[in-house]
Ligand binder design. Structure first.
Ligand code: XMP
Length: 319
């Protein structure tokens, strides 16, 4: 794609001109955007860039390992992996309000990131994988000009506090363009084509109080669901698919035993930019297969439902 090749060259020149000989820190979320931003910036300025990956313990099964391997082994990009699960889960204990969860996670993320940046001796620039829709959404989200539907999680506030300037090389791009740029940069297809994943992670897919046990149950159900979606060849037709663990237990029967376990909701939507979305019309046989597997394989879940709400009036995530 010659357009993306040209964009890549131009973006690299811009980054070099902006950064000069300065030091840059980039926060990796595990998602596509921050990864593409980091690889692009690394190509522009090499080891003037250090990446910091704050692992809040709210990631999907095997995700942290995948990110660390990709960056350290495949790209040789200096990466600090901060394991902050204990801190996040401690501070989130007892928090049930969705906005409070988002704010707590956002605040801790900034604290941890700031502490790591200081350990590295500070930096002149903070790099972020901000996309064009992020720029728009922070002005007017789906609810209209002055209504905050959800506080988005990013490192807002940090640049001023630490006297850093922002480097945001993806600010003019939409998601599909970021993916094309990622391909242009040689990122593996399996990484580039991944569904979006929210900054607050599994915390907002676990309505009610978050516990280590619930997160573990959710991770297992989510992994089975995504495995079945890939196996059915549907992954690329779907914008986003994930499991949600409801804070509700219901009665079931397994063999000749009574069970009393959590309900899992499955969500899958199609969308162009995340601003509006339609629920994905799986066939019933597929849903039945996934439900059977989850109930048989995941201890703690005995009922599975499918979310048939579009956006609006629903949002994609449950919180
Ligand atoms: P909603 O749930 O608002 O989500 O319909 C729209 C898209 O945004 C993602 N999302 C987030 N992404 N930080 C992010 O980086 C967040 O705090 C956040 N909240 C929602 C969501 O996964 C969907 O793709």
């Amino acid at each position: 794609d010659w357009t993306m090749a040209a964009y890549r060259a131009e973006a690299i020149e811009k980054i070099r001109a902006q950064v000069g000989s300065g030091r840059v820190i980039c926060g990796l979320s595990g998602g596509v955007d921050s990864a593409v931003a980091a690889v692009l910036i690394h190509e522009a300025i090499g080891d003037q860039l250090t990446c910091v990956f704050v692992d809040h313990g709210l990631l999907r099964l095997g995700e942290a390992e995948r990110v660390v391997t990709l960056f350290r082994d495949s790209y040789n990009i200096p990466l600090v992996h901060v394991e902050a699960e204990d801190l996040f889960l401690k501070e989130l204990a007892g928090v049930t309000d969705p906005e409070m969860k988002r704010k707590t996670i956002g605040r801790l993320f900034i604290d941890v990131f700031e502490a790591e940046a200081k350990k590295l001796g500070g930096a002149d620039f903070l790099a972020q994988g901000t996309l064009y829709p992020d720029v728009i959404e922070s002005v007017s989200f789906t609810g209209g000009p002055s209504v905050t539907i959800k506080s988005h999680h990013n490192v807002g506030g940090l640049p001023e506090r630490m006297n850093m300037k922002l480097v945001e090389p993806l600010r003019e791009l939409f998601k599909d363009e970021v993916r094309a740029l990622g391909r242009e940069l040689g990122l593996p297809e399996a990484f580039v084509g991944r569904h979006p994943f929210p900054g607050p992670g599994l915390a907002i897919r676990c309505p009610g109080e978050i516990t280590r046990e619930k997160l573990e149950i959710l991770r297992q159900a989510d992994a089975i669901y995504l495995e079945e979606i890939r196996r059915a060849g549907l992954y690329d037709d779907i914008w986003q698919a994930f499991a949600v663990l409801l804070p509700v237990r219901t009665v079931g029967v397994m063999g000749d035993h009574r069970t009393y376990d959590y309900v899992c909701a499955l969500r899958a939507v199609t969308s162009v930019d995340g601003m509006t979305a339609d629920f994905y019309p799986f066939d019933m046989a597929f849903l039945g297969r996934v439900a059977t597997r989850i109930i048989n394989e995941v201890r703690g879940i005995n009922r599975v439902t499918y979310d048939v709400t579009s956006k609006p009036p629903g949002t994609i995530e449950w919180e």
